[in-house]
Design a protein around this ligand. Structure first.
Ligand code: CTP
Length: 406
């Protein structure tokens, strides 16, 4: 994501790292952003407004009640026109005031009036950073969706060693680009369409304590649900146990076993335009679930298994009330990826298989990236190594064209 042409507001707090604000203005400008700066009174003890004004080519805001500044650009205009507000360094005092929603200087007033995403680069002494008061404020801010970049650990200007050093300006600029990328308005090409996504692993109970599971974390499925919702689809996400947060605007149904997943999928299948079966469903479950915890003494040395329903295969032959949804299966393989994918495409009667080699670096379970191939009757489309969010969007592009012709 580039910062070209984006309006970035930089708030500078009064800490020793304020001198790095000059470098940050340069990094942001170099990446193409139009940078405006506001400073606290304390920040001006460490670096002059003139320095930042020269580098940003805009007047620097220092005082809420400065008549001349308010006539050039008011503090509310400053808040309204910004696409991102980054505070660096965010001192302990600023973190506290931002968490409490105070508006007792220009920087905090603009922060309260600003609806753009807020990014903080904390910088302070290690004991101030670790103080429970600061940590509570950080949690409060995170809970409101504020992004933190750093602090890094290392030698601190105060002589202590530990967490508290402001992240490098290049890292802060890159973080700003990422946040702006996430909030970029995306095309609403899935508006009016319904999508069902399954994600994560299933758990097949052995007894009340143990289960058979697998390594799937749900990241790919959650990324698809998030991307589809962002593009306007009505999304239902049927998920196995997962730590991941439900994406905004997505209806989530939690299940544990393959049988529960099957029931949830079938109850919602008929109204969908597309179904993405990203979940790693256990092929088998214990034939008997012990009602009490199995004790070591006298436990059988083998487990009898029975086959689980194959949900995707069942969807493939289902008689749908209306138009058949586009069926997308997933194949996580360790050998002969394309051959296995083609075989699954035919055997499960689906429209597309998203296949990947989970033994390849960057493509395994739990990673944030994936290198996939999209296998259909028409051929194979190999995508490069991409973030899972990016894969989700590329996949939605492809499937959207299939929905149109359905
Ligand atoms: N799938 C399913 N129900 C199952 C097993 C798999 O819906 N009981 C779906 C998965 O969600 C995935 C696709 O089928 O979209 C392929 O899953 P995979 O486990 O690779 O397929 P299997 O048929 O189990 O093939 P194999 O284990 O032999 O690789």
């Amino acid at each position: 994501m580039s910062l070209a042409g984006r309006q970035v507001l930089l708030g500078v707090g009064g800490g020793i790292a304020a001198y790095k604000a000059a470098e940050l203005v340069r990094e942001l400008s170099k990446a193409g952003a139009e940078v405006r700066v506001v400073m606290t009174a304390a920040a001006q003890k460490f670096i002059t407004p003139l320095t930042l004004q020269t580098l940003s080519h805009h007047p620097v805001g220092v005082d809420t009640f400065d008549l001349q500044q308010e006539s050039t650009i008011s503090h509310i205009d400053l808040a309204d026109r910004s696409e991102l507000f980054v505070v660096a360094p965010a001192t302990a005092d600023l973190v506290a005031r931002l968490a409490l929603g105070m508006a007792n200087d220009l920087l905090t007033t603009v922060a309260l009036a600003c609806r753009a995403p807020l990014v903080l680069a904390p910088s302070m002494n290690v004991n101030m950073w670790q103080h429970p008061a600061t940590q509570v404020h950080i949690q409060t801010l995170r809970g409101r969706g504020v992004r933190m970049i750093g602090p890094d650990a290392g030698d601190l200007a105060c002589g202590w060693v530990g967490a508290g050093r402001m992240a490098e300006p290049s890292e802060i600029a890159a973080g700003c680009a990422t946040v702006l990328g996430e909030t970029q308005t995306v095309t609403q090409d899935w508006a009016g369409l319904s999508v069902l996504v399954t994600a994560g692993s299933t758990r097949e109970a052995i007894d009340p304590v143990r289960f058979i599971g697998n390594r799937s974390t749900g990241k790919m499925g959650f990324a698809i649900a998030k991307a589809a919702a962002a593009r306007g689809a009505k999304v239902v996400l049927i998920s196995g146990p997962s730590e991941l947060a439900t994406p905004a605007g997505v209806e989530r149904i939690n299940i544990e076993s393959a049988v529960e997943m099957r029931d949830a999928v079938m109850s919602r299948a008929d109204v969908q335009s597309a179904i993405f079966k990203a979940a790693a469903v256990a092929d088998h479950r214990p034939a008997q679930v012990a009602l009490q915890k199995i004790k070591k003494q006298g436990a059988a040395s083998s487990l009898e298994l029975q086959a689980n329903p194959d949900i995707l295969a069942e969807l493939g032959v289902r008689k749908f009330g209306r138009v058949r949804p586009v069926l997308v299966g997933f194949a996580a393989e360790t050998t002969d990826v394309e051959r296995h994918a083609r075989e699954k495409l035919a055997r499960k009667h689906c429209d597309l298989i998203v296949a990947n080699d989970v033994s390849e670096a960057g493509s395994g379970f739990g990673t944030d990236t994936n290198r996939v191939m999209l296998v259909s009757e028409g051929g194979v489309d190999r995508l490069p190594l991409l973030s899972k969010d990016e894969v989700a969007h590329r996949l939605l592009d492809r499937v959207r064209s299939l929905v149109k012709s359905a």
